[in-house]
Design a binder for this molecule. Sequence first.
Ligand SMILES: C[S@@+](CC[C@H](N)C(=O)[O-])C[C@H]1O[C@@H](n2cnc3c(N)ncnc32)[C@H](O)[C@@H]1O
Length: 212
Amino acid sequence: MPGTCSHPVFARVYARLAPAMDRAGAAGHRRRLLAGLSGRVLEVGAGSGADFPHYPATVTEVVAVEPEPHLRELARRAAASAPVPVTVVAGTAEHLPAADGSFDAAVCALVLCSVPDQGAALAELHRVLRPGGRLAFWEHVRAGTPGRARVQDVLDRTVWPRLAGGCHTGRDTAAAVAAAGFRLAPVERFRWPDTRLPAPTSPHVLGSAVRA
Ligand SMILES: C[S@@+](CC[C@H](N)C(=O)[O-])C[C@H]1O[C@@H](n2cnc3c(N)ncnc32)[C@H](O)[C@@H]1O
């Protein structure tokens, strides 16, 4: 069905992990991601709605797009107790169900790793934001050392996307945001989780970019 994609096993595992991820630091990253947003916000790939509790009161409305049916249902339940009005709809980042320039801000949390066509998704986000609108993103990205990046490339060509709902570990997402016509603000780079042996998904970026 258009606007949906089904990853039933990944969706159930991810939804169960979400509270533990929040306790391990994700909740803090979500709060920093959403701080300072205002007006109408489009959240893409909202998952089970883990961002919803962290929207500031300056946000008047959130439209949350989620293609996976199980996660979408969980997001609908989470929307009921969100501190701001949230409407959850089916759709994909590559074909956003929204008019040109109709949002003040857009949010991607751990999503641009999973969209099948990152360039098309960013072009759509650019289309639906008003001029001067802000794209806020928190994503795991390509490693900064060639050896680790090579491991990511091998994983991305083989097992990782199949095991992790289409996720890719080695995308240079901040560069892709800039290439899509956004003006990047300084990006925070960090490892999460910050374990001694880094996971392929440890390098993270958190930042925002303005639709020029
Ligand atoms: C790792 S989960 C992150 C969920 C949530 N944003 C969070 O922070 O917990 C990746 C999400 O991207 C969604 N996704 C995958 N392909 C997508 C697409 N083409 N368009 C929009 N969302 C997509 C998945 O359904 C899933 O909800």
